[in-house]
Design a protein around this ligand. Sequence first.
Ligand SMILES: *Cc1c(COP(=O)(O)O)cnc(C)c1O
Length: 414
Amino acid sequence: MAFTYRKQHLFAEDVDCEALAQQYGTPCYVYSRKAMESALEEYHKALKGCEHLVCYAVKANSNIAVLDILARCGAGFDIVSVGELERVIAAGGDPGKVVFSGVVKRPDEMRRALQVGIRCFNVESEAELEVLQAVAAQLQVQAPVSVRVNPDVDAGTHPYISTGLRENKFGVATDAAMALLRRAKTLSNIDVTGLDCHIGSQLIDMSPLLDALQQLLLMVDTLEAEGIHIRHLDLGGGIGVRYRDEQPPAVADYIAAVREALGDRDLALVFEPGRSIVANAGVLLTRVHYLKETDAHSFALVDAAMNDFIRPALYQAWVDIQPTGPSDAEPRLWNVVGPVCETGDFLGKDRELAIAPDTLLAIHGAGAYGFVMSSNYNTRPRAAEVMIDGDSAHLIRERETIEDLLRGEHRLPQ
Ligand SMILES: *Cc1c(COP(=O)(O)O)cnc(C)c1O
């Protein structure tokens, strides 16, 4: 475990969190290199002996130090913008191991991706396929393509992160995808290489994932009979993590089930995990400033807010919040809230905590969809990010300054 108590003080690997808060200030994201590496290793281990690529979903945590660490362990990357592609390149990642997802890929983004030679475009509509054909023809290259199938399965997760239902904007329904693949086969600058799907995030039940896989396999077999050979299946990301008491499938069990379903088909496997690689490899440290009692609630007013970590406000996500050290205070129920001027600005409600002013809190499970979703709302500079590697701490993103925030803004002429 990356975050453990030693003599009642929370450590990130071998570093005391209180010392980190004093050195880097709060709020501050703290990540464990070891936790990220071992989460990726679980995928690689389960895929041993099978041609595969684990494309870490950059959007979950896109700091270039995170990408660098994962690239050194053999990861590829799933990107959803040219900005993420530039991050992968800046981090020393191999563009040849990049898959490009997303419903709106602009021609300039396609051009750059073709120039650096990405592994695959996960095409999400017929209109996109035609534009990609035109861009690839201009550059006189072949665009490797997989079609993202929308299998119309209910992933059983929060509606905002369900992506595999017919009513969602993602992918192409099975029948339409077959037609699109046949069309793609006739285009001179398109090379059909795979099928993909990604049905949602924080999935706790693996049956919708396996249902979707069955649909893809049926398509693979039908296409094969028509002479269209599919070389890889990309099953997306989505495996859930434990924030509280969820029981997500073990990566090894999920991948074993996938491999069994493949039978003797000659298919390489691609996965796009994000959350399951980084979520529990990070905490957000925040300091209690004031305690405030009202008739209705007891509020612990802390220096992190919804602009730093929006998951509780946006998805009503529950994340564990714990003091990083011992306290003489009596444990009682607190609503942990930040400085932003919105009632939706909470990190946790009704948490039994022993705290006093100045207590340092750790918000667990903050490594995925944490810093990347932060904003400058209320003109709040974004937090620092620190990577722990054994007993060393590396500042991997400086805390923003107010000057950073004002850069690029202009008053009107006098
Ligand atoms: C967000 C996303 C992922 C990663 O999902 P996780 O739940 O973080 O594993 C993978 N693929 C695509 C296309 C995505 O949009």
